[in-house]
Design a protein around this ligand. Structure first.
Ligand code: HEM
Ligand SMILES: *[C@@H]1O[C@H](CO)[C@@H](O)[C@H](O)[C@H]1NC(C)=O
Ligand SMILES: *[C@@H]1O[C@H](CO)[C@@H](O)[C@H](O)[C@H]1NC(C)=O
Length: 331
């Protein structure tokens, strides 16, 4: 065959592949990588700049934004409902004890939004800004880089009452965690993979004192917690302290590096939360913890895919919802 015959054939094949891949994107969730390429080409750069700026002032911003994206997606889907401020007639999600006082990074989203509205008025959703910001936070903490399909639109509802029904609690056991993720069409394996986000950031003492003192009526710490680590945590989180600002790192060896250390911690009975340590109870999740702890690359590969899947939960697209002008207020 001559080269001349090859070219039209190759073109046809390419066109077919292109059409098929477009179709499959539409069926999946209608989000696409590079969604703002034409409508606001600097969108992702502006978000990245604002996250970087904030990160170099306070590295805690990175874990804050990763967690904020999770708490957004698990309540009404990734629709930026977490960003809405309460009004006299409505208590919003951010007032829930699962979010207040622990969530941080709201001003970073505000700053990015202000610049984006100046640059491309009414185009970039708050939900996408948050998804980009979470990705940038993972990159800034030296975790895996990945592209974020975008095109989410912003919701118009944020109810404090919906948070504890949808965000898993820190006292959950492995079956409750699995169920909570299954409710969002996420697998048990993805639950274990995403729990690895606890390789960065902090927890307030209030989320672990249940494990440190009089656990389950035993007058001692949780027996599944390494006893030396338990004593160290007892010093950091004194019994009966009412200081709500007391915090401890989730992964003390590298609190600002997105690495697989979390799984090594859990394996050594040094998982901070009940919901971390419980991953050793079930043989499937325990195996996954051990594999992630061992392999330098396995979790780094799985984590971005699970983040992207989480970022698709119940998204609003097309003409649903709105593009909020101010991420804290519905239009
Ligand atoms: C599996 C169920 C999960 C439970 C029960 C849980 C619970 C918690 C709790 C209680 C804290 C401490 C908050 C504080 O007191 O300041 C925390 C922190 C954190 N969580 Fe989770 N989490 C879960 C899954 C996830 C997922 C899926 C992600 C993201 C993909 C995530 C990301 C984070 C991050 C980055 C922090 C540190 C926040 C900071 O430093 O501001 N968590 N989590
Ligand atoms: C987890 O907790 C639920 C509710 O308390 C309980 O029914 C279930 O048996 C527990 N599962 C495990 C594996 O401990
Ligand atoms: C808590 O204590 C009860 C009664 O002693 C026991 O049956 C149960 O297994 C304990 N739960 C945990 C999580 O240790």
């Amino acid at each position: 065959m001559s080269l001349k015959m090859h070219i039209p054939f190759a073109r046809m094949l390419l066109a077919l592949i292109f059409t098929l891949s477009c179709l499959s994107v539409q069926i999946e969730a209608q989000l696409q990588v590079g969604f703002y390429r034409q409508s606001c080409p600097s969108a992702e750069r502006i978000v990245r700049e604002e996250v970087r700026k904030a990160f170099f002032r306070d590295r805690g911003i990175a874990p804050g934004l990763v967690r904020m994206h999770f708490h957004d997606c698990f309540v009404r889907g990734c629709d930026a409902s977490i960003l809405i401020d309460s009004t006299p007639s409505n208590k919003a999600e951010k007032e829930s004890p699962a979010n207040k006082p622990s969530l941080r990074g709201f001003e970073v989203i505000d700053n990015a939004k202000t610049r984006l509205e100046a640059q491309c008025n009414g185009v970039v959703s708050c939900a996408d800004i948050l998804a980009f910001a979470a990705r940038d936070s993972v990159a800034l903490t030296l975790g895996p880089t990945y592209t974020v399909p975008a095109g989410r639109r912003d919701g118009r509802v944020s109810l404090v009452s919906e948070v504890l029904q949808n965000v898993p609690g820190f006292t959950f056991n492995v079956s409750q965690l699995t169920q909570s993720f299954a409710n969002k069409q996420m697998t048990q394996e993805e639950m274990v993979t995403l729990s690895g986000a606890h390789t960065i950031g902090r927890s307030h003492c209030t989320s672990i004192t249940n494990r440190l003192y009089n656990f389950n009526g035993t007058r001692g710490p949780d027996p599944t917690l390494d006893s030396r680590y338990a004593r160290q945590l007892q010093r950091q989180c004194p019994q009966g302290s009412t200081d709500s600002s007391l915090v401890i790192p989730m992964d003390p060896r590298s609190p600002f590096i997105t690495d697989r250390n979390y799984y090594q911690d859990v394996l050594a009975n040094r998982g901070l939360l009940t919901s971390d340590q419980t991953l050793l109870i079930d043989s499937n999740t325990a195996n996954q913890v051990a594999q992630n702890a061992r392999s330098p690359f396995l979790w780094m590969r799985k984590f971005p895919a699970a983040m992207v899947k989480m970022g698709r939960i119940n998204v609003l697209t097309g003409t649903d919802g709105e593009i909020r002008k101010n991420c804290r207020v519905i239009n």
